[in-house]
Ligand binder design. Structure first.
Ligand code: PHE
Ligand code: ZN
Length: 850
């Protein structure tokens, strides 16, 4: 096992290029044969003669030949080297036959089986578990695939070119890297539809699922069609094959995968009916369907030169799916939700031992770099670029990107050059965002004299692991100014901070304005500005920028909660009144009001307190947040029943944003009411619910106040046979367990007969929920840490990727008191001492233990 880091600076173009690939699969659960025929030629970009290195892992080599002449190949642990001396200096064909065992593949990477169906996952380096091949994204080739199996449905990338009893042949004309290869075989049924592209080509659309699930594909199909249309309208991107297939699988490490023409999805992000999926599920399905579809251009037609460039496809594609969702739903609400996620996941990552740049410069296991930083911060960088060059500049740059790099494996340098060439702007300073980790802090002060309002801005870029010295970034700061009477005197303008310290002036003002800074969250930074609760309340009431309106309320709530934690204070009437005004303001979008009512999370509070120089105490945070909810419930008490009644949706369920927003507000009100009426109303909503949003929402309200046992039992008897719904049943109990009981609850639920720990969704539903229960996970006994480590150690030999991903629960160790830090360190040491620890988990635990 190699665990020397791979470095960006060591990049070398491939020694050979591939002109075409032909594969034959003779499927068998224990002994699948893979025959490959790879046409190669020396890469002119690497003059001279070179050995050919073919990646290959856990393959039984049956035979290999070069130009038909058998070779005595001796693979090592990670592949096969064909010495330069044995290769022709022009084009040649490498053929091989290997045997693999999909049924024994529990890592869910390469070719594996999930409940009787065959499927593949090749990103990032899974193709090497299928056959010997130069498994790197800068080697692109058209693939021809023949599948032999008695299973009725046989799928691969591209278009189907022929089939017969027990076989099918597929051809994908678009050159692609091996990580986009896919194969599926199973007893599947399709939910089908069609789409006519902007140039008039008909595309067959299929969502393949197990028999019985075909009625649950409607929303995913609708989302797909809207995504295809949107990408034509907004980016001018048309689909490029005759068929687009999506397959839902139950065992999948991630959300979904953009394999060319054959997207493979975690069934959780495809299957949905009002009775089984919540509004959040519907929104995520829409976003992920769009994300994978958008990859067809940003990822597949233009791919990444190497895995360091991962953000080239992921940051851009996340940005595109965010734009799409924001066009389909409420832009304001979408932005607030995206920032909540960014702060909860990426700021947290940036703040700890796993901090890394959006474009990392080294890795041991690439699977560990599918992170919030690469994805979410990567998307923020695109948003900043767009703000800096304007909408027109962005559109020009993207057109150029598609024109210049179609069919290529590109880099961040290529990406930025396109913006420079299209807009004439120098982006060399902006590029620091890609290479330096850490969240910049902005310290802002102001003054007002003779009609001139000045903002003095300083940026602080703190060290992160391995990066002691940072440079000032280019930071677009969207600012608007409000009059003391609440009117906007200066509409949103983008200030460009480029130096460590800079002042910006606004002249000709009659009175000292109230500034609204970082509107729309125009940069992924932490804004630090000494201000008064009155000013925050003023912005909460008057800001015309919906993000900053919400942000003002959020900041206020966090300040109140921080004081409740540190000196046991009670929330004052000012905050309660300000929040009540928003909550009850019928002129506002219900979804926005629901967001305003959502109290700051406990992990978020811990991070904020830590940043302010406190040692966060998880129990106190939990208790204070409960008191805060109780106080809010008391303040809003008279209005709650009316709200809950008025927001009941008449008629049948629709997943669209307007109705979802009303349900969100209704459930927020129900949560508060449950603290007043002992749960009577929540129990009634639970029983009357005709959709999963309200069923699970009402149940959560009950569990939150220590009730709901009867409802849990009812839920289990109703949904016991539905895996996706039962994941929720598992999660809820852990998420809402009292701090001292969370670890024991994990013990109890992992002993449940339906706890299938080899299924990543179920594992995450239980073990992942534990780390999301802040006070439970960090309970002073250390039981939370212990039970997580136990399960990671157990899962790692089977599924290193998921084990490594879930180990990030420990990344916040440095925030806490010495006792907790020591308890966490002990568990990381236990993990590191586990026999045959995977490279994945070893890298993660090692980085967190340092
Ligand atoms: N490329 C996938 C996406 O972003 C994510 C993924 C990575 C899936 C690695 C599986 C394995 O949509
Ligand atoms: Zn992606």
């Amino acid at each position: 096992m190699t665990d020397t880091p791979i470095r960006l600076v060591d990049y070398l173009p491939p020694s050979h290029l591939v002109d075409s690939v032909a594969l034959t699969f003779r499927l068998h659960p224990q002994a699948t044969r893979v025959l490959s025929q790879v046409c190669l030629r020396p890469n002119p970009a690497r003059p001279g003669r070179h050995d050919l290195r073919l990646d290959g892992e856990a393959l039984r080599l049956i035979g290999a030949a070069v130009d038909g002449v058998p070779i005595a190949a001796m693979p090592d642990e990670t592949g096969l080297t064909l010495p330069a001396s044995s290769l022709p200096d022009g084009p040649f064909t490498f053929t091989a036959e290997v045997e693999i065992a999909p049924e024994a593949n529990t890592a869910l990477e390469g070719l594996y089986m999930s409940r009787g169906m065959y499927c593949t996952q090749c990103e990032a380096e899974g193709f090497r578990k299928i056959t010997f091949y130069p498994d790197r994204p800068d080697v692109m080739a058209p693939f021809r695939v023949r599948i032999e199996s008695d299973l009725p449905v046989l799928l691969s990338n591209g278009n189907e070119v022929a089939n017969g009893p027990g076989w099918a042949e597929w051809h994908d004309p678009w050159p692609k890297p091996a990580y986009l290869f896919a194969l599926v075989a199973g007893d599947l049924v399709a939910h089908s539809a069609g789409f006519t592209t902007m140039s008039g080509r008909d595309v067959a659309l299929n969502i393949w699922v197990r028999p019985g699930d075909e009625a649950r594909c409607g929303y995913a199909m609708d989302s797909l069609i809207r995504s295809m249309k949107w990408d034509e309208d907004v980016y001018g991107r048309e689909y490029d094959l005759d068929v687009f297939n999506i397959v839902a699988v139950d065992d999948f490490n991630m959300g979904a995968m953009e394999n060319k023409g054959l997207n493979i999805f975690n069934s959780k992000y495809v299957l949905a009916l009002p009775e089984t999926a919540t509004d959040d599920d519907f929104a995520r399905i829409e976003a992920i369907i769009a994300h994978e579809y958008f990859h067809n251009w940003t990822g597949n037609r233009i791919t990444c030169r190497d895995w360091f460039q991962l953000c080239l496809k992921e940051g851009l594609t996340v940005f595109r799916d965010q734009q799409f969702s924001s066009d389909m739903r409420s832009a304001a609400v979408k932005r607030i939700e995206d920032v909540l996620t960014l702060r909860a996941r990426q700021f947290r990552e940036d703040d700890g031992p796993l901090a890394h740049p959006v474009r990392p410069e080294e890795y041991i296991e690439i699977n560990n770099f599918y992170t919030a930083t690469v994805y979410e911060k990567g998307a923020e960088l695109i948003g900043m670029l767009k703000r800096l060059v304007g909408d027109k500049g962005y559109a020009k740059a993207l057109d150029l990107y598609f024109r210049r790099h179609d069919g290529q494996a590109a880099t961040i340098e290529d990406w930025l050059a396109v913006f420079e060439d299209a807009t004439g702007r120098d982006l060399s300073r902006f590029k620091l965002w890609y290479s330096e980790a850490g969240t910049p802090r902005l310290k802002v002060t102001d003054d007002f004299r003779d009609g001139r309002f000045s903002l003095h801005v300083e940026q602080v870029n703190l060290p992160t692991p391995g990066q002691p010295d940072k440079h000032p970034k280019v930071i677009p700061i969207a600012v608007g100014l409000l009059n003391p009477n609440g009117d906007e005197v200066v509409p949103t303008t983008v200030l460009e901070l480029t130096e460590t310290r800079q002042s910006f002036h606004f002249d000709g003002l009659a009175a000292r304005p109230v500034p609204s800074i970082l509107r729309g969250f125009s940069a992924p930074v932490v804004l630090e500005r000494a201000t008064t609760p009155e000013e925050r309340a003023f912005l909460l009431a008057h800001d015309t920028d919906p993000f900053n309106k919400w942000e003002a309320g959020r900041a206020l709530a966090k300040e109140v909660l921080a004081r409740m934690v540190t000196d046991g204070a009670q929330p004052g009437p000012d905050w309660l009144d300000a929040l009540a005004r928003v909550a009850l303001d019928e002129a506002l979008d219900p979804a926005f009001r629901a967001l305003a009512l959502r109290l700051p999370g406990e992990d978020d509070m811990a991070q904020t307190l830590h940043a302010a120089g406190h040692v966060p105490d998880p129990d106190r945070i939990h208790a204070a947040r409960q008191r805060m909810a109780a106080a809010l419930a008391e303040r809003l008490d008279p209005a709650l029943p009316g709200l809950i009644d008025a927001l009941a949706e008449p008629g049948p369920f629709t997943p669209e944003a307007r109705a979802a927003g009303r349900r969100a507000l209704r459930l927020a009100a129900l949560g508060l009411m449950t603290r007043r009426d002992g749960g009577a109303r929540a129990a009634a909503v639970f029983r009357a619910a005709n959709n999963m949003t309200e069923e699970v929402g009402a149940l959560s309200c009950l569990l939150d106040v220590g009730r709901g046992q009867e409802e849990l039992a009812l839920f289990e008897s109703r949904w016991g046979r539905d895996r996706l719904v039962m994941d929720k049943w598992f999660t809820l109990q852990i998420l809402h367990a009292a701090p001292a009981e969370a670890a024991a609850k994990v013990d109890r639920l992992t002993a449940h007969p339906d706890f299938d720990w080899k299924n990543p969704n179920r594992f995450r539903a239980v073990i992942g929920a534990l780390s999301a229960n802040h006070a439970g996970f960090h309970h002073a006994s250390g039981a939370g840490y212990r039970v997580l480590a136990d399960w990671l150690i157990r899962l790692d030999p089977l599924n290193p990727q998921t084990a490594a991903r879930m180990s990030t629960a420990f990344e916040t160790r440095a925030r806490y008191d010495a006792d907790r830090q020591a308890l966490m360190a002990d568990q990381l040491d236990r993990i590191l001492a586990a026999p045959a620890l995977s490279r994945d988990l070893a890298e993660m635990a090692g980085r967190m233990r340092r």
